[in-house]
Ligand binder design. Structure first.
Ligand SMILES: [Zn+2]
Length: 920
């Protein structure tokens, strides 16, 4: 979407004033003649909301004509999809009554004279079959879909596509039962209540729905097709029973087990914890293979990417089973948060998404899994994904302005947004928090609401300055680094921890940071509390500390999404590790130790010095962990896994990627050598426990996760024994987790067991090809395979039919690009061909699906984090994308922003005429 359109759509100023003319009711008629021929007629019942105010000269409608090429839009072509516009039955003339600004996706309509209220009728014709973008009306599995979020209604009809334009809807869907492609359609569904159905005069099957509750058009959903439908039900504590329907394409029949479990758990949790009950008679959950996102909360009929629906234990890792339930719970929570009230404008996305993610985390931890592991995942997500993103992007969860939609659906809006709500929860307590949310939802029912409304309400529950100081968490960009020093005062028996919070941007104001803290004395944690640190500098004074503590623990359980820099050494960290019993805190301590060790190696490699060895005391501490019986197996798996390269790189300015790869790789090799016998023994014990038929209970799932983690480390020994373990794991696998673990280790067989290597690859590709998510998992494995010729390798994965890659499935592109790039040996190949491979892929995606293209282009946008030589090669690949004509804005915007940042960074240095934008 072009920037100038988004500037209008996304900048706050445009939302301060409600529109004078807006429709309070919309009649929508969607008539499916065939999959490539759908007529959409919308009748907008316009009202003058402010009759005493002056008339504007025009009404601006949003309209993105998907039938026009970028060049046609640029050259001012008339819209192709728009058949007619009428006001009160009188046809409007283009150029006289309205103009179309194709590049801006706008129609400017003259305001009719002498009319306060009028109807605008817009007729369009759209072609779902040839629409490969995954937005507007499009096809998946032979079925036709429409989802409103974000700005998609404008792709089927000219509309004021804003979150504060609220209308009731009557929707008629009809389908030609004689067209070959649609004759077997057994379902037509949209939001609201079914009020009529049957055959119409032209022999079309039709349904009519009424949604009498006003809603913004982005909450609308439509599906028409042939589905395998299952029916379930749930009764709430107030006696209300809801019918739950799952709809999947025929090929994915009977794969809704985890979806159903998730929805029932979600309904129970929101009912019992928050008193929030879904009050409508039906709830529909649908699976789509072609879907740009993970899922979307189209009102009462959420749609899910098959990745979060058809999860079959034979084809996916166990974590996906849990993730499916979590996403189903997430979309259900939106029935209250986002569908029960509406955000004021798109900048407020974090108000609904952050809250929903946080409630999803609470529900998942309480009902489905080990709470420690859920929180570890949240924390890893923050540290490994959001920290780098926020560093690069410098936007808060609720920004003042945005350049583009692609800047908004990120870990900052979702995960950091969730952390902001979690901190409110920490400050006011669980009971008050549940009451606060219930009151917020109830008091804004079916109206617009903002984060400020919630913060105002929070002040009634707790005396803190939520609307002032706490609001900074939502609105101020940049994460805080907290530096702390501890010292003991024997005379007064006090222990003092001095604190300082700093930001990259010195203009930032201090944040209120709730810090879980405690002292470690005689191997036990004591003086535990949550301290609210909201000044630039502060000191926590512990009284009655009879002897000097061995260490202190800070930001325990990750109470705040900040980076901690403390003054404690490895010996103190190891003592804390032994004394802390909560897995999340243990993970924080050990992650910091892992990272320090890896960064030490990076520095040595960079300086051309020998790599330092792991200290004996640290190796002993790790051995103790591996043999401790009180740590849950999946917690241990987390503890044994250092941060990924993408996260480590944020700790090094202008990183040399292969030094970092070698630093982490050598560290893992040394861990393998130091702990081999303990890990090997534990692996054998776990595999013995897991032998026999597949078991899905929590204990077995945890053991399988840990076994996989151990094998990943011990396989580094490169012995025949380790290779046999991989072969056995694959050949005996009775579930996706084991199969995928073995698949990811296949490279270890390449040189010494070439026959097994090839046999397993062939078998894996064939076995996985029958399942939507299995195919994706196999693609992930193959894309990450190390190759001496990365560009040819990536090209083969995309084009060779044996891999099953399909551009029509957006997640294929969204997985394969990042998976390839995650293997530094491919992506950062010295000759730069890894970058060129990603550029090839982005350009190809640019001709098919703009969103996928943007996601792939984004991989190269990280160039400014790397050393000059690496960045220059990445810049060259970006330049090639930039010079390719016909690329969509989602890709061009990403590429141009990254190039501009590179040019600004390098201006004045190494300037030459060949470097565009260079200002010596
Ligand atoms: Zn959401």
């Amino acid at each position: 979407m072009p920037k100038d359109t988004l500037e209008k759509a996304l900048h706050e100023d445009n939302f301060k004033k409600p529109l004078k003319y807006q429709p309070d009711h919309i009649d929508v008629d969607i008539r499916i003649h065939d999959t490539d021929n759908v007529d959409v007629t919308c009748v907008y019942h316009y009202k003058d909301k402010f009759p005493t105010e002056d008339k504007p000269s025009i009404i601006e409608l949003d309209f993105e004509d998907l039938k026009l090429t970028p060049d046609e839009r640029k050259n001012g072509a008339s819209p192709k999809s728009l058949l007619s516009l009428e006001i009160d039955g009188v046809k409007l003339v283009e150029g006289q009554d309205y103009i179309y600004l194709g590049e801006k996706h706008k129609i400017q309509l003259n305001v009719p004279k002498d009319k306060n209220n009028f109807t605008l009728t817009a007729k369009t014709n759209v072609d779902p079959l040839h629409n490969t973008t995954g937005v507007g009306l499009y096809m998946s599995d032979g079925n036709i879909f429409f989802k409103g979020e974000t700005m998609n209604f404008r792709k089927i009809s000219p509309v004021q596509d804003r979150t504060d334009v609220l209308s009731t809807f009557n929707v008629t869907l009809s389908q030609n039962t004689n067209a070959q492609n649609t004759q077997n359609y057994n379902q037509l569904l949209t939001n609201g209540d079914l009020v009529d159905f049957g055959m119409d005069a032209q022999g079309y099957r039709f349904v009519r729905y009424e949604d009498k509750v006003q809603k913004p058009c982005y909450l609308m959903g439509v599906q028409a097709g042939e589905f395998a439908t299952e029916e379930y039900s749930h009764t709430f504590t107030n006696g209300h029973t809801v019918k739950i329907f799952t709809h999947a394409p025929l090929k994915d029949k009977n794969k809704d087990k985890y979806v159903v479990e998730g929805i029932i758990r979600g309904m129970e949790y929101m009912d019992k914890e928050f008193g929030l009950i879904y009050d409508k008679p039906q709830y529909h959950i649908t699976s789509l293979t072609t879907f740009n996102a993970g899922a979307t909360e189209t009102k009462s009929m959420p749609m899910f990417s098959a990745g979060y629906f058809t999860t079959d234990k034979d084809f996916v890792p166990s974590s996906d089973l849990l993730a499916t339930m979590a996403v189903v719970i997430h979309e259900y929570i939106h029935e209250f948060i986002g569908n029960g009230f509406y955000i004021n404008n798109w900048l407020e996305l974090g108000t609904k998404e952050g809250q929903t993610v946080f409630l999803e985390q609470l529900a998942t931890a309480a009902m489905l899994a080990d709470p420690d592991v859920v929180r570890m995942t949240d924390m890893n997500d923050m540290v490994n994904r959001q920290f780098p993103k926020e560093d690069d992007q410098n936007l808060p969860p609720i920004p003042n302005a945005l350049n583009s939609e692609r800047d908004h659906y990120t870990a900052t809006t979702y995960s950091k947004g969730a952390e902001c709500f979690r901190m409110i929860h920490t400050l006011i307590g669980h009971d008050k928090y549940t009451k606060l949310i219930k009151e917020y939802v109830d008091s804004h029912h079916y109206q617009n609401a903002s984060i400020d409304d919630l913060l105002e309400l929070a002040e009634q529950y707790h005396s803190y300055d939520f609307t002032g100081k706490f609001a900074r968490w939502f609105k101020q960009a940049g994460r805080a680094t907290v530096t702390c020093h501890g010292h003991y005062k024997g005379d007064s028996q006090e222990y003092v921890i001095s604190l300082e919070q700093r930001f990259k941007d010195p203009h930032n104001k201090p944040l209120p940071i709730p810090l879980g803290i405690a002292l470690c004395i005689d191997g036990q944690m004591s003086h535990e509390q949550v301290y609210l640190f909201d000044q630039e500098n502060d000191a926590i004074v512990f009284k009655n500390v009879a002897k000097e503590p061995e260490a202190y623990s800070i930001n325990r359980s990750f109470t705040a999404p900040v980076e901690i820099r403390d003054d404690q050494d490895i010996t103190q960290a190891i003592k804390l590790l032994a004394a802390e019993s909560d897995g999340v805190t243990q993970l924080q301590i050990i992650q910091s130790l892992h990272s320090k060790e890896i960064l030490k190696r990076y520095d040595a490699l960079k300086a051309g010095q020998p790599i330092p060895a792991i200290s004996n005391s640290f190796a002993d501490a790790l051995k103790t962990l591996v043999t401790r019986k009180d740590i849950a197996p999946d917690v241990l798996a987390n503890l044994l896994t250092p941060a990924p390269l993408g996260s480590l790189r944020t700790q090094i300015p202008e990183v040399t990627p292969m030094h970092l790869f070698n630093a982490r790789d050598s560290y893992m090799n040394d861990i393998c050598a130091a702990l081999y016998s303990e890990m090997d023994q534990l692996y054998t014990d776990l595999r013995n426990d897991l032998s026999g038929p597949y078991k899905e209970d929590k204990a077995s799932t945890q053991k399988r996760t840990l076994a996989g983690c151990l094998l990943k480390i011990t396989a580094r020994a490169k012995t025949d024994k380790e290779r046999q373990k991989i072969i056995e794991l694959y050949d005996n696998a009775n579930n996706g987790e084991d199969r995928i673990t073995a698949g990811n280790l296949l490279e270890k067989l390449r040189d010494d067991e070439p026959q097994h290597y090839q046999r397993i690859i062939d078998d894996l590709l064939q076995y996985m090809s029958v399942d939507t998510n299995g195919k994706l998992a196999a693609l992930d494995i193959m894309a990450a395979h190390t190759s001496a010729t990365p560009r040819a390798h990536l090209n083969a994965v995309i084009t060779d039919p044996k891999y099953g890659f399909d551009w029509a499935i957006p997640h294929h592109g969204k997985h394969v690009g990042p998976r390839f790039a995650g293997n530094y040996r491919n992506f950062h190949a010295a000759n730069g061909e890894g970058y060129e491979a990603i550029a090839d892929m982005a350009i190809e995606a640019g001709r098919i699906n703009p969103e996928v293209a943007g996601a792939i282009g984004n991989i190269l946008a990280s160039l400014n984090n790397f050393d000059a030589d690496t960045a220059a090669k990445m810049y060259k690949a970006l330049e090639r994308i930039d010079n390719t004509s016909g690329m969509p804005q989602q890709l061009r915007g990403t590429v141009k922003d990254a190039m501009k940042a590179y040019e600004e960074k390098n201006s004045g240095q190494n300037c030459s005429k060949t470097k565009p934008g260079c200002n010596p």
